[in-house]
Ligand binder design. Structure first.
Ligand SMILES: C[S@@+](CC[C@H](N)C(=O)[O-])C[C@H]1O[C@@H](n2cnc3c(N)ncnc32)[C@H](O)[C@@H]1O
Length: 281
């Protein structure tokens, strides 16, 4: 079997633990792997300094029985047990635990993206600073089409945040300034370099294999991945859900490892990945 560069070590390590860590899905040609595991049991088995980029969309812990509007109907905001709201300390412990492992596995010049709303993002930002990451940007994703706030007691929630951080203050991080120009999609070019991204929610075409309750639009992840990684880089997603990060990686020729402990979501991811062509096809 042929292995690429320093991912050799990464793959060998996983093979040693084969019984516990056989992949749920493995596309050898494109170097894309999904694991159906708890991220906290998987992360300690990844060697130090081997990942170029982490894209993480962790639980926001916002499911508390509130209501929202979906397709014109009143629906509960709850996403699943994994997203149930918790006390601040428990949320912070959760974030610090996975972020500290993430720092260990990142290469010296590697960076991490973490998504969130006010429910988790302050904890994520604080944990990143406590752990010695260098915060590079706080991106605001302004949703073009947010659902109205039915309670009429708050402003409409029309944004999410993505914090982008480097492993350390010394990291020489990748920022593909010129590449961003190529994805302006009709927007004024200078707006692709701004930290406010005005982009729509998930398109129906991205949900043909099933629906994940907190699926991210490919467009948002594509901008992050193209800006901060290069062809052939290894991208890791510790909470990959329906596999959106993997789909973008396959289209953009990045290697990918994704973890989720929910098999239904991984089944969607598997079908999405199998039906995605890479840029060379
Ligand atoms: C916000 S969603 C990610 C959605 C994904 N970005 C997408 O586009 O489909 C978070 C995911 O984390 C998973 N998750 C939560 N806790 C986990 C854990 N301890 N280990 C592995 N996965 C976990 C959930 O099953 C859920 O799919």
């Amino acid at each position: 079997m042929k292995y690429y560069n320093n991912n050799f070590e990464f793959d060998v390590q996983l093979q040693i633990a084969e019984n516990n860590f056989s992949p749920f899905y493995y596309d050898f040609e494109n170097k894309i792997k999904l694991y159906n595991l708890d991220t906290f049991s998987f992360l300690p088995n990844i060697p130090d300094n081997c990942v170029d980029l982490i894209f993480a969309d962790p639980p926001y812990f916002l499911s508390s029985g509130g209501i929202t509007c979906s397709s014109g109907k009143k629906v509960c905001v709850d996403k699943g047990e994994w997203d149930k709201s918790r006390d601040i300390e428990s949320i912070h412990n959760f974030n610090k635990k996975w972020l500290s492992e993430s720092k260990r596995i990142l290469k010296a010049n590697g960076t991490i993206w973490v998504c969130g709303t006010f429910h988790n993002i302050f904890s994520v930002g604080f944990a990143l600073q406590e752990l010695g990451f260098k915060i590079l940007n706080n991106i605001v994703w302004e949703k073009k089409d947010p659902p109205p706030n039915l309670t009429r007691r708050y402003f409409t929630h029309a944004s999410e945040h993505l914090i982008w951080a480097a492993k350390t203050k010394q990291s020489r991080h990748t920022f593909n300034y010129k590449t961003l120009k190529t994805i302006s999609n009709g927007e004024a070019i200078k707006s692709v370099w701004r930290d406010i991204w005005k982009m729509p929610s998930v398109d129906h075409s991205e949900k043909v294999f099933g629906k994940h309750p907190t699926q991210k639009p490919e467009g948002v992840i594509k901008r992050a991945i193209l800006a901060s990684s290069n062809t052939g880089d290894l991208v890791f997603d510790p909470f990959c859900g329906s596999g959106t990060t993997g789909v973008v990686c396959k289209k953009q020729n990045r290697k990918f490892v994704g973890i989720d402990n929910n098999i239904e979501y991984l089944n969607i991811a598997k079908k999405r990945l199998a039906s995605t062509n890479n840029r060379n096809n």
